[in-house]
Design a protein around this ligand. Sequence first.
Ligand SMILES: Nc1ncnc2c1ncn2[C@@H]1O[C@H](COP(=O)(O)OP(=O)(O)OP(=O)(O)O)[C@@H](O)[C@H]1O
Ligand SMILES: [Mg+2]
Length: 621
Amino acid sequence: MLRTFDQPWRPAYEWIAGIAWFAVIPVYLMIAPESSGIFMKLLVCFFALGAAIYRVKQAWMIWELKLGLFNQAPTFIPSSKLREFIKRNNKMVWLGTGFDWEQKHTQRLYDLRRINLKSFIPPMWFAKIVGKLSNIDVKPEVIGSAWIRGLETKKIDIKSNIDVFEGHTVIFGAPGAGKTRALEIIACQAIARGSVVLQFDPKGDNALAQTLEREAKANGVPFVYFHLAFPQKSCRFDALKNFNRVTEFASRTSAVIGSETNDSFSAYSWLIPDAICAGMVMVKEKPSLQKILRYIQVGVGDLLERVLEVFFEEHNKDWDVMAKRYVQQKMKNPSARATQEERLAGYVEYYKQDYVRNNIESADVSNLIEIVQNDKQWVGKMLAGLIPVLRMLTAGELGPLLSPDYDDKDDQRPIWDFQKVIASGAVVYIGLDALSDTTICNAVGSLLMAELVSVAGSRYNFGMDSDRKIEILVDESSNIVNQSFIQVLNKGRGANYICWLFAQTLQDFAVKLGSMPAAKMLLGNCNNLIALRTKDAETQKYIVEEFGQTLVQSVGTNIAVGDSEDMISFGDGRLGKSMSEKLEDKIPQDLIGRLPNFNYIGNIAGGRLVQGKMPILRTGE
Ligand SMILES: Nc1ncnc2c1ncn2[C@@H]1O[C@H](COP(=O)(O)OP(=O)(O)OP(=O)(O)O)[C@@H](O)[C@H]1O
Ligand SMILES: [Mg+2]
């Protein structure tokens, strides 16, 4: 297939042609013979003028293209403008301005790398004319880093339908590359769209929280501020409010220790809280982290007694007469009142003899009995990983924050949970304070993600308001990835969850999940990839592979000189040019590491490759 070879990185020779064509007009008028009538003269002049304009336009475009290479300054957008955009295009997501990446851009990029850019800078007067001077930063040391943006002069709005983002999006960026500012642009639109916005912020960016609050106010929706480092300012969040099956509680509490192995310790970290939660549900007691910890620490005897009473009541209305007999058998002093221990022993005996023997058994009851019959030290040993984390989550100011007491009249802080948030279309900011305590950040992140999985399940099972999207934005997401998070990505689509994950490197995910394949599997759940400047080679490689390859042409020159046979004179000389094509990465790996702030390359919905630049959001305008 024949292709034209476009080489804009050269002096703009078109200027010469353009000026020459202009010059043709007066020269022709001077030398044209009298006999050539006015019509002929006009025809030639118009032709020359047309050709001149055509050439000057070409030259102008080449200079403009080159000027774009140095355009570095950040741009700003008032949030009101974004809100208006969403009002007009409710189903759209806008990701700044840029261009669709085509083969010709890869070609230009590879050509550009072969030459010395400085020798092609257009004159500054030109920069002034095109009104870009204020934005141009022609420093030799930064030349090259802004290439990418200048590869196309015709910039368009990068926008796509929201449905495309339902496949989730991962955004990579080195520190300072513009992740959090990009997040603000996305969040602002999500709020304007009427989506429920759940912002997880492990690092705690104060400006981000303020932006979200202002945007929520501008759109008339509630703003929920939850921050582990500022419990007094924070609202309370019930992290064990929603559940479909009792077993989910235990999965949640054991998830906080982050152990995915199958050793007996982690198995008991699940089994024991599971038995406790099941018992609590049987006696209609609302499970909370504090109560679970209390039962683990002081023992479940009291709970078991109440559970057995409920069980007996269900099976035999006159159970107390029978039970009394068994209790009496266990009493050391039958004339005194039975102690709790004796009563419990009697109940257990009654349960075993009259029910288990007759194949009437409840797994929930039997599990609790097993815990009671094992000694407390053994339970403590089995829960060695869980107890300290539960203690941290329930101690001090964190306790009421995560396990709110609905009856506490002195605590005026509002209580929220995800169902309530979704029903009211609120914007939630969750500050996890990872910098001061990673363990707590992980644990709370896990708890809340698990709660989201549960809410997804009930939305799935019991129907939902299908138009309302729930956009989950996770800054520094590698801090809180875990099994629940993976489930949110896997299953969230059906519940209208749209996740936006922001991260620095692929390696961060690998460290957190235990291996690189696990990290890649997690990202395999994301249909869209956006790469801001990324320094880590492994991440760059992953990104470049996602972008794919294309054919790049290169022109080679060969000169051949042949001697004549008599050796007295030179014979023939040949100058040849050849064009070859080679398969190259659409975006060279090292360029991902040199993108200027706020510039990105994006692979949207597994095919559309774009280069874009995000502006900085100006709120309150
Ligand atoms: N209002 C502003 N005007 C100009 N530059 C800004 C403004 N706000 C932020 N920046 C710059 O934008 C860059 C990106 O900031 P941002 O907070 O988005 O980085 P980030 O990728 O989230 O980094 P980190 O990983 O450290 O959180 C920073 O270099 C910052 O100095
Ligand atoms: Mg940030």
